[in-house]
Design a protein around this ligand. Sequence first.
Ligand SMILES: Nc1ncnc2c1ncn2[C@@H]1O[C@H](COP(=O)(O)OP(=O)(O)O)[C@@H](O)[C@H]1O
Ligand SMILES: O=C(CO)[C@@H](O)[C@H](O)COP(=O)(O)O
Length: 479
Amino acid sequence: MTLVAGVDSSTQSCKVVVRDAQTGALVRQGRAKHPEGTEVHPHHWWDALQAAIADAGGLDDVEAISVGGQQHGMVVLDAEGEVIREALLWNDTRSAQAAVDLITELGDGDVVAGAQAWASAIGSVPVASLTVTKLRWLRDAEPENAARVAAVALPHDWLTWKLAGGMAEVGFDGLVTDRSDASGTGYWSPFTEDYRTDLLERALGSVPRLPRVLAANEAGPVAPAFALKPVLGPGAGDNAAAAIALGLLPGDVAVSLGTSGVVSAISSAPIADGTGLVTGFADATGSYLPLAVTLNASRVLDAACRMLGVDHPGLSQLALSAPAGADGLVHIPYLEGERTPNKPMSTGALHGMRLANTTPAHVARAAVEGMLCSLADGIDAMRAVGVPVERVFLIGGGAQSEAVRHIIPSVMGLDVLVPTPGEYVADGAARQAAWVLSGSDTPPAWSASSGAEVMTGEPTPFVREQYAAARELTVDRPA
Ligand SMILES: Nc1ncnc2c1ncn2[C@@H]1O[C@H](COP(=O)(O)OP(=O)(O)O)[C@@H](O)[C@H]1O
Ligand SMILES: O=C(CO)[C@@H](O)[C@H](O)COP(=O)(O)O
């Protein structure tokens, strides 16, 4: 049996799956935790990857490996290839003002024109999540660090490079990425399939080395002297890797409930949404992957568990015992600020509180519904830019919530397919690794999306209506 491995270096943890390259059958897997926080030194990801590989029984018998990972994180390297400072993650909002500055500058003072100009240039309107805004923040807040930047990578690029032996073995020439993750930087264009170094220079003030963008099935750097045996694949951003695992086709939409809430879809043409609600990223195969991404998904459920003093099954039991709409109790889930809509300083809120609806069951129901309503808004945003929504898949850690699985069809007004719980990002990376190994033009014919449970429910549009009426009623956190 030929074995391949896939990695998901996600916000909260690192997961490794080992699969049969021919059939896709799961052979073994492992995982390890990442530290908390929105600023993390990349060596923690490397340590977690080693631990997850060991937990998965090692790589000695594995022929190829690809790394999928959280997108956008700013990994800055000096001329010796050393990490200059902790990486700012996708959910770090300190670069919100930098995003406003970049938009205003490109529009010559006109924010609307600037937003459209960015969307036309790179497919997305900058928000604090995108790497380009983090580099502008670095230039303004830490000029001494900005001056030392010799190369910029993303989490998955950096881990791939480390697996290849890093500076000592492959140098900066061996720094590689793929088009899905490159398209989330804010300085790579899905229209020209190339870096926009002019926009990078605008942000950082210089143009450091950038990872070479590999083709979908192209092998990464090889260091003959280095001990790593497997062939390295290009890897991918996490949502693009999940799309590979699910075998998404046009009309399919994935809703991922990880730390981020993500609505993603395959599109045959690039998207340029000047409203910024949909980001026009590329996928990892040659198509496009428009996304609507929130900062608040599974951790909203974690927070509700904490507030109510229950575990996840307990939260589900409570939520399912309350009526749809929680008798008017509305939870706005912007606990970490928000990205879609772009409200980086916002806090969450509970609206419509009355004596009759302030029970643990109502609070639990409102938390689940609020999180799902924010993602239903993402589905609307997809439709508004012409992305068809025919089949919806539910994945990510939050998909393990029974309440989420039962309530989502009613909130979205759609049937929802729930594939067997699994590590879809790591699985997609493994499928890519098998593709690279095969040398074929198309990925191997294994897909993890078979065996999905179809969840149905009576639509409850009033839940979304009461959410929409309360959505703007939030206060900002103290500066
Ligand atoms: N049974 C469950 N019900 C609801 N949420 C769960 C359950 N099990 C795990 N989770 C949540 O899944 C999240 C992690 O999901 P994951 O997709 O791995 O996140 P990320 O990709 O951001 O690291 C955690 O916030 C955790 O609380
Ligand atoms: O910012 C995005 C996509 O634009 C997020 O999807 C991150 O890629 C993090 O994903 P999780 O670790 O929450 O799954």
